[in-house]
Write a protein that binds this ligand. Structure first.
Ligand SMILES: [Zn+2]
Length: 179
């Protein structure tokens, strides 16, 4: 069992790059998923993800499985995810607490602490945890699908990596002001 911890938004970003150029007929193809020195990589994709992992491993995973994973994390709030890549090509997602044994395949619990407030919601609190400026979230982040205050959005937009990624993925800045 190859268990890793990573950010749901970062995983979403890398799966977007991997999945979107592929057609459903590719779903039976397999891609090599590797975790070497806490760097997760997918096939020939140049982007890698920094993750928490106790060991190095590699595994063959069907594109169809990764597509399901991508669809699932598109719907969940930005949060740390614990994911286990099984040797039989099966993927299990846990969310939040690593010690939680209540596991279902392709199931992630909603983030209980943030479900009751308006963090990341349009005109609510800024989605950056260390900011959370109230009634300020007027900028939409096309990757996390959350809203941010103008100064956090500007900082995200000016990050070199985000800039390059957003131009390639969306053809515009990562965050845009909601009109
Ligand atoms: Zn902010």
């Amino acid at each position: 069992m190859n268990k890793i911890i990573l950010s749901s938004a970062a995983l979403h970003r890398i799966l977007y790059q991997l999945i979107t150029p592929l057609i459903p007929e590719h779903d039976d193809y397999e891609v090599k998923v590797k975790c070497i020195d806490k760097n997760l990589s997918f096939g020939k994709l140049e982007t890698t993800l920094n993750v928490e992992s106790k060991s190095n491993w590699e595994i063959q995973i069907r594109i169809g499985q990764l597509r399901k994973l991508f669809r699932l994390i598109t719907k969940i709030k930005e949060q740390p995810l614990v994911i286990s890549f099984e040797s039989n090509g099966y993927i299990e997602i846990f969310s939040g607490d690593v010690e939680d044994n209540n596991v279902s395949p392709f199931f992630a619990k909603p983030n209980v602490s943030s479900s009751a407030d308006d963090k990341g919601i349009l005109n609510g609190k800024c989605n950056i945890t260390s900011c959370q400026k109230p009634k300020s979230a007027t900028w939409y982040n096309h990757s996390t699908r959350k809203h941010y205050c103008p100064s956090c959005a500007s900082r995200l937009n000016n990050d070199e990596f985000n800039k390059r990624d957003a131009m390639r993925m969306f053809g515009h800045d990562l965050c845009t002001e909601v009109q």
